[in-house]
Design a protein around this ligand. Structure first.
Ligand code: AMP
Ligand code: MG
Length: 334
């Protein structure tokens, strides 16, 4: 019985491994694969041009990213997060970490100097190696991260909805050849607004632990998932236990954006850090600003650019959208 079980497990692993074909490095691609890479890259270029122009036209300031800082996203507690290693190095006698996300920088910049900001930011997350098979995880990727002082969740969500709908119609107009080649022209449709919203707690009780997979196969248009318990910086109402946050889920794909209204009150932030076992000494500037009431209410979100483009082009693996794939557990020369 035991032996049979072991065999079944092994064959399952092999089947699963075969399901997602790993992207190859650029120098190993065939001519046909290079042609496909070109279509994906032109779609990526259009997406970046469209999104950045929309942010600039809506009077957002475009900030440059950072790579090393003493403070970065704790990525904890987040039910979806799973890094197997955190990169910390010593420079000039201080311990710095590579950017896991620019959330802390966004909150500080938005409060002090840049009320509407966006950043194209490299994130380094050494995801657990088995995540190579999800097809949705890279160990280096780019977030389009944005934040707006005094904004509500509803305002951010309708901005995102307009962005997504505008992007899809622009792609269908300007990227027809590429989308036809990639087999996505007909199936990529401009969604209706407003997007539907589901409460995460309700989804979990309806679908169980596997609610994400069930949801993405049931929907035919993008939807919001709200009220997700996670990191200290997302706003939580201590009275009713509701979280004022949101994720955008795409049909047959899954999560592509996470965002929230943010915490700004010192006592709440401290209480949440202590509850979640987050090291306060890694967030000294944020805490000092909150204590001095210089941290301001804001709301925003971060979109995974490679995931968004993967969905648009129908990629089997996120690495197909990267010129130099960064696949968990698989390190290429470049
Ligand atoms: P998070 O705040 O952790 O949800 O990250 C924001 C967005 O970044 C997610 O909604 C994804 O689109 C994207 N993202 C997160 N982790 C990865 C990863 N390992 N590889 C690619 N994209 C990711
Ligand atoms: Mg998320």
């Amino acid at each position: 019985m035991r032996r049979k079980y072991a065999v079944t497990q092994r064959s399952l692993t092999i089947v699963r491994r075969r399901l997602v074909e790993m992207p190859k490095p650029l120098e190993k691609l065939s001519e046909i694969e290079i042609e496909k890479k070109g279509h994906v890259s032109r779609v990526m270029t259009h997406v970046l041009k469209y999104l950045t122009s929309k942010f600039v036209d809506s009077e957002f300031e475009w900030l440059l990213p950072v790579i090393f800082s003493m403070s970065t996203d704790p990525l904890w507690p987040d039910p979806g997060a799973s890094v197997e290693k955190r990169i910390e190095v010593e420079i000039y006698g201080k311990t710095v970490r590579t950017t896991l996300s620019m959330i802390i920088h966004k909150m500080v910049a938005c409060s002090l100097a840049h009320p509407k900001l966006f950043i194209l930011s490299p994130n380094v997350r050494i995801e657990r190696r088995e995540r190579s098979n999800s097809g949705k995880h890279a160990y280096e990727f780019t977030q389009l991260d944005f934040e707006v002082r005094n904004a509500s969740s509803e305002e951010i969500r309708s901005f995102v909805e307009e962005l997504v709908c505008g992007l899809i119609s622009s792609l269908k107009k300007h990227m027809r050849t590429e989308l036809v080649h990639l087999g996505r022209y007909d199936s990529l449709e401009v969604p209706d607004m407003p997007f539907r919203a589901y409460d995460k707690v309700e989804l979990e009780s309806k679908f169980g632990k596997d609610w994400e997979t069930r949801l993405m196969h049931e929907i035919s248009e993008p939807v919001w998932v709200t009220n997700v318990p996670r990191e200290f910086y997302d706003f939580e109402d201590f009275e009713d236990g509701q979280w004022d946050n949101y994720d955008l889920f795409l049909p047959k794909y899954g999560e592509v954006l996470s965002g929230a209204k943010r915490e700004w009150e010192y006592s709440k932030i401290v209480r949440k850090m202590e509850r979640d076992d987050v090291k306060k000494k890694n967030y000294e500037v944020l805490l000092k600003l909150a204590k001095d009431r210089r941290l301001k209410p804001s709301a925003g979100a971060g979109v995974g650019i490679e995931r968004l483009v993967s969905w648009i082009v129908g990629a089997k693996h996120i690495g197909e959208t990267q010129p130099f794939p960064k696949i968990p557990g698989l390190v290429f020369d470049l």
